[in-house]
Design a protein around this ligand. Structure first.
Ligand code: XUL
Ligand code: CO
Length: 441
């Protein structure tokens, strides 16, 4: 007998509401005011905040040096299906109390993987029906679904890029299953994060063949999803390494080059994660800008790394300068295409109170909301945009404009240079730009 959840997991914590910066209630938003309009959209519409099922409801805090520290009451059941229903109850209770609108999942966050593909598929169908019912009751939505093709030992040499075709076929079967699940749950997007699509050593790797296989795999997945009526976006989530030494989806520029080379750039966009950007030696705002410039800024995985040790620590966002600079890119490009802001972040191993999960998401949402407000004011009330435009004004008229259009050849450039003489030095004004950000914070 499966019992439908009526149990309250987060007792004593009610709906989190906006109370503004005067409030000293730690369980209230100080900046995230869902219905407040900023630059023509409500905050809720801008962000579509999502929770990551894996970090918040599965991960108990184990690390290579010790076991988990958190006891999740929802996983305590001998029956794996009952445990997955309990977990869904806890997740929906949490999201509803947070006032967020979306969630993201891997297949094996929702259920424990079965002993066979068919058993996993059966379990997925059952949890899908359960989640469908809960979505109807609560109006919560799936921002994206994805397949975990990196944890099981069979994927130790990769999934779509595995040198063994049998593993590639198995990964395809799993992705098909999760596409079906995502469609059944009205999921808005589908994500590919290539955890083990890369190599541990180039010595034993035929990189070209593996990348060709990845492209075929992605295009067949796209074709299948479209044939089943899926209208959403496909997102690739770049990351340079970890768990592989080298991941093929290294960073935004690499992924865009790959998508264009294989003709996948019409269906696929990017899901940019803060900590993946910093692992690739970029800033988050750099990765957003690269994606936006190719019209591929699809979605965001929000978190932050540790700026000293450089691991993928997946901490909750709280760096207001970093997120403000990101929100400048975000607003200037009209936000995200189809996606939202998913908190792909985990509370620390020694954060063991149930309320810590709330505090973390409140902090993350408030950081994004505050940064959005600041960026909006910078764009509306400062000379920021004018200063950037002025740096390029020599291309707005005359010969500069002709050059930009491609109408001036190299010989003519040579003659112009002779004519101009030594150009005067023009300051880049970096400190002024930094002061403007500071002033508006
Ligand atoms: C791993 C990571 C994943 C993806 C989904 O670093 O970010 O959780 O977001 O597979
Ligand atoms: Co992620």
């Amino acid at each position: 007998m499966i019992s439908l959840g009526d149990k309250e997991y987060f007792k004593g914590i009610g709906k989190i509401s906006y109370e503004g910066i005067e409030s000293d209630n730690p369980l209230a938003f100080k900046f995230y005011n869902p219905k407040q309009i900023v630059s023509g959209k409500t905050m809720e519409e801008h962000f579509k905040f999502a929770i990551a099922y894996w970090h918040s409801f599965c991960n108990t805090g184990a690390d290579p040096f010790g076991p988990g520290t958190k006891v999740y009451p929802w996983t305590i059941s001998k029956d794996p299906l009952q445990a997955s229903y309990n977990k869904a109850d806890a997740a929906f209770e949490f999201i509803t109390k947070m006032g967020f609108t979306h969630y993201c999942f891997h297949d094996f966050d929702l259920i424990e993987e079965g002993n066979s593909l068919l058993e996993s598929e059966k379990r997925l169908e059952k949890i899908t029906n359960y989640l469908k019912q809960k979505q109807q009751e609560t109006d919560l939505k799936v921002l994206w679904g994805t397949a975990n093709c990196f944890s099981h030992p069979r994927y130790m040499n990769g999934a779509a890029t595995n040198p063994d075709f049998k593993v590639v076929a198995r990964a395809a079967a799993q992705v098909k299953m999760v596409i079906d699940t995502t469609i059944a749950l009205d999921g808005e997007n589908y994500v590919f994060w290539g955890g083990r699509e890369g190599y541990m050593s180039l010595l034993n790797t035929n990189m070209k063949r593996e990348l060709d296989h990845l492209a075929v795999f992605l295009s067949k997945a796209r074709d299948y999803a479209r044939s089943q009526g899926f209208k959403g976006h496909f997102f690739i989530e770049p990351k340079p390494m970890e768990p592989t030494k080298h991941q093929y989806d290294f960073d935004a520029a690499t992924v865009i080059g790959f998508l264009q080379k294989y003709g996948l750039d019409n269906d696929f966009k990017l899901n940019i994660e803060v900590n993946h950007a910093t692992l690739a030696q970029h800033t988050f705002q750099h990765e957003l800008q690269v994606a936006a410039d190719s019209n591929m800024l699809g979605s965001i995985d929000a978190n932050r790394g540790d700026y000293q040790n450089g691991w993928d620590t997946d901490q909750f966002p709280n760096n207001i300068t970093e997120i403000t600079e990101a929100m400048l890119v975000f607003l200037k490009h009209n936000g995200l295409q189809g996606g939202g802001v998913n908190f792909d972040a985990k509370i620390r191993r020694n954060s063991t109170d149930p309320e810590d999960l709330f505090l973390a998401h409140i902090g993350g949402a408030d950081t994004f909301a505050r940064a959005l407000l600041i960026a909006d004011r910078i764009l509306k009330h400062s000379s920021y945009n004018n200063l950037v435009e002025r740096r390029y004004s020599s291309f707005d008229t005359g010969k500069g404009k002709e050059f930009e259009k491609g109408n001036i050849d190299f010989k003519t450039l040579y003659e112009l240079a002779l004519d101009y003489g030594e150009p005067e030095l023009i300051s880049g004004k970096q400190e002024l730009f930094e002061n403007i950000i500071n002033q508006f914070i």
